[in-house]
Design a protein around this ligand. Sequence first.
Ligand SMILES: Nc1ncnc2c1ncn2[C@@H]1O[C@H](COP(=O)(O)OP(=O)(O)OP(=O)(O)O)[C@@H](O)[C@H]1O
Ligand SMILES: [Mg+2]
Length: 507
Amino acid sequence: MSSAETSPAALLFEATGLSKTFGIVEVLKDININLRAGEVHAIIGENGAGKSTLMKIIAGNQPPTRGEMKIDGETVTFSGPVDAEHRGIVLVHQEILLAPDLTVAQNIYLGRELHKGVFIDDRAMNEGAAKAVRDLGSDIDPNTIVSRLSIAQRQLVQIARVLLVPHRIVIFDEPTASLTPHETDALLKVIRQIRAKGVGVLYISHRLPEVKEIADRVTVLRDGRLVASHNTSELQPADMARLMVGRDVAKLYPDRHAAQARETVLEVEHLNVPGYAQDASFQLRKGEILGFAGLVGAGRTELMEGMVGLRPSRGTVRHLGKPVNFRDVHASLKAGIVYLSEDRKGKGLLLTKDLIVNLTLASLGKFAGVLQIDRKRESAALDKAIRDFDIRTGAKDILAGQLSGGNQQKLLLAKMMLLDPSIVIIDEPTRGIDIGNKEQIYKFIANLAEEGRSIIVVSSEMPELIGICDRILVMRSGRIVGEVTGDHMNENEIVVLATGVTKEEAA
Ligand SMILES: Nc1ncnc2c1ncn2[C@@H]1O[C@H](COP(=O)(O)OP(=O)(O)OP(=O)(O)O)[C@@H](O)[C@H]1O
Ligand SMILES: [Mg+2]
């Protein structure tokens, strides 16, 4: 089915007949794929299609169940990722795998520290780390403890760490999922630079316009099979979407009835989240979808965390007219307010526990039998969640951490719905979600509003906010600096508010 021509002489890497089985589930089926020196080869596909698994096999993190891999025409088997690194293959993982209590520089050089005589050379490592992140368009201080960094900054540190390893093949697994446009541009520039040096790049992304921009070739996986491989010039993003999902994805955003002015369910006045947000005042109405836009670091996430009791905050919050002061997240949960963190790994899911535990943990009361937890009801709830949210999992008894990234997000949504919330705050609802599932999640959010629930959406993707929200508040440097509604809900007006710079000034 391949229409992309490849001259064998230029092949850096070639895999034939790769298959991977977990238990009885075959997640990769007879994959043939190759990579030339000096090309960017994108791998796209729905959540759970097998992209990350394929990349982990190529990078030596997991052995294939069957199949062969060749580098420069020579058959290789890897005993582990270090073995693959010695052959010049490096992988930037989809999930953040840094040591949270170490500094940026220590993480970047972890396991390959620089020495001066017998001593660790902190200065050289700091300088090296500073340059490595600067090359990626960021000014993160190398002395910062990683736990203090945003998700986007952590992702950049992870990329910087990998690029310092000598490499011939670099694999990026959704490197831009949490990056801003500026950081994304910087990364794409770096990728063009390494490509120009003859490095081969395997690139996974759900952002199809970005794939169009950076990739020379595109390969599509569906349900573990390779269904198409084309030169990028032959495909538009809409074609890629159709190949991935197996149907047209013409309309991403649901039609919505204009929300009528209904009663206010949440009233926030002069809320301060020390160090992050100042003097925030806004109202949320019943059945409304309220967006929060702003640059990364504008304080949106922290404002929400302050509101629901995940961080200390001062100010007034009135819920259904009554002043409330949520000391912790259990208090806000009890009031029917659910906050879905952007950090699904750190705050959302227990990755080493199974799906049922994750699904029901926050609402165990619902599953109490006479003497013990009612396993049958739990299991029925999981079946329903898998159906309702189209969670793609081969087996039901796997750990949450074994779900693909996008399916972890869907499990989180399902977990939240078991709580039957009246107010839902969702931070980055579609990060790492494929285009077909995005459409479903938007429909789901619109339905929540139809049912009379109130929703706050924090997102870095402006089209998404514009597509689904009734109203958008824009934050800049910890303050709410404006509100856009109706015809004013466009990227221009939001960017001007978010940056404080008009288009003319920026030009
Ligand atoms: N260790 C494991 N044990 C069992 N199943 C696994 C394991 N690792 C992955 N899987 C399953 O393999 C399938 C493919 O997962 P993979 O992570 O490769 O998908 P993906 O294409 O990267 O998706 P996403 O876009 O959501 O990141 C999924 O059904 C996943 O649950
Ligand atoms: Mg993945």
